[in-house]
Write a protein of this length. Structure first.
Length: 142
């Protein structure tokens, strides 16, 4: 497990490309990781989790494990690293995220960690081919 660094942006871009069908660029990662409010963790070139600090909350911005390494516990380890981070810092005590309503693997993972659904954002994911609702989930760590 490594803390994310600016020099990881190419790897993060390549992992994300295998996890999501979208147009994030390497530069998107550079912009985020140049800002000290962003942080996260990576396991080799297999998966990563990227978060942002907002006041007393941590938002999970993006999170993925490449398909050939899924169901081996890497997603669980990455999410646990964020929870450990939040528990060891006094200024943050909430983690929240948005997940597509039909994303069963991710929703099961979050639920198994005790994340609770707090709202629905209608039509939040809006691509040419599909419009989906987002489920907003939160974990309180105090
Ligand atoms: C969500 C994701 C990160 C999980 O990574 P992973 O390394 O496969 O997760 P783990 O092996 O640690 O699995 C942990 C738990 O998640 C749930 N889970 C994972 N894949 C699942 C699946 N296909 N179906 C149902 N539950 C699943 C299970 O509860 C699993 O625990 P178990 O293996 O003991 O049953 C991965 O599927 C992924 O990258 N998906 C595409 C990107 C994505 O959706 N990211 C999240 C956006 S909010």
């Amino acid at each position: 497990m490594h803390n994310l660094k600016l020099s990881d942006c190419k790897i993060l871009y390549l992992i994300r490309k295998q996890c999501f069908n979208d147009i994030w660029t390497e530069n998107d990662f550079i912009l985020m990781l140049s800002n000290k409010l962003y942080f996260g963790f990576r396991i080799d070139e297999k998966g990563f989790i990227l978060c942002r600090k907002i006041l007393d909350e941590i938002e999970i911005i993006t999170f993925g494990v490449i398909p050939i390494y899924r169901r081996q516990g890497l997603g669980r380890r990455l999410l646990q690293s964020v929870i450990n981070y939040v528990k060891t810092t006094s200024e943050n005590n909430k983690i929240f995220l948005e997940v597509a309503e039909d994303n069963t693997p991710a929703r099961s993972l979050y639920k198994s960690f005790g994340f609770q659904q707090i709202s629905i954002r209608k039509d939040y994911y809006n691509s040419i081919t599909k419009i989906k609702n987002a489920v907003v989930m939160q974990l309180l760590t105090y």
